[in-house]
Ligand binder design. Structure first.
Ligand code: THU
Length: 137
């Protein structure tokens, strides 16, 4: 279900510069789902990743814990499809997004990060394996 939501969010991606469209969907303990897409800017460095869009939407609505996040990314050609071809790598979250996600761990202590090319072609990873020694204050 999270992967399906990530695919839907991906159709909203605003990526006229890279033409790489990303969608993310995360679930919080209540079961509520928040989605996001990448939002690029003519001043490239101001672009925001799909994962952070989803996190900021959730946190700005009061959420503080994320159980799992699904991420789907691929080039523009695959935008109307719910399958990303095998020639494209899974869309692993970038380092900045890993650090941002690490701020909102669930009570269980670890977050599931699902990278998907379709609802049947996916990998379930743990944030703890994607990010070690995260920055903490
Ligand atoms: N992007 C994401 O949305 N998530 C990531 O984890 C990495 C990259 C976006 C940013 C930019 O709009 C496009 O993918 C190409 O880098």
């Amino acid at each position: 279900m999270l992967i399906e939501e990530a695919f839907k969010a991906r159709t909203m991606a605003y990526a006229p510069y890279s033409k790489y469209m990303v969608g993310a969907a995360l679930i919080v303990p209540s079961g509520k789902i928040y989605t996001g897409c990448n939002v690029e800017n003519a001043s490239y460095g101001l672009s925001n990743c799909a994962e952070r869009t989803a996190v900021f939407k959730a946190v700005s609505e009061g959420q503080r814990h994320i159980d799992a996040i699904a991420i789907v990314g691929g080039t523009l050609e695959t935008l109307d499809s719910t399958v990303i071809g095998k020639e494209e790598e899974y869309a692993y979250p970038c380092g900045a997004c890993r650090q941002v996600l690490s701020e909102f761990l669930p009570e269980s202590g670890d977050m599931a990060v699902i990278v998907a090319r379709s609802v049947t072609d996916y990998k379930v990873l743990k944030l703890s394996e994607l990010l070690t020694y995260s920055f903490r204050l």
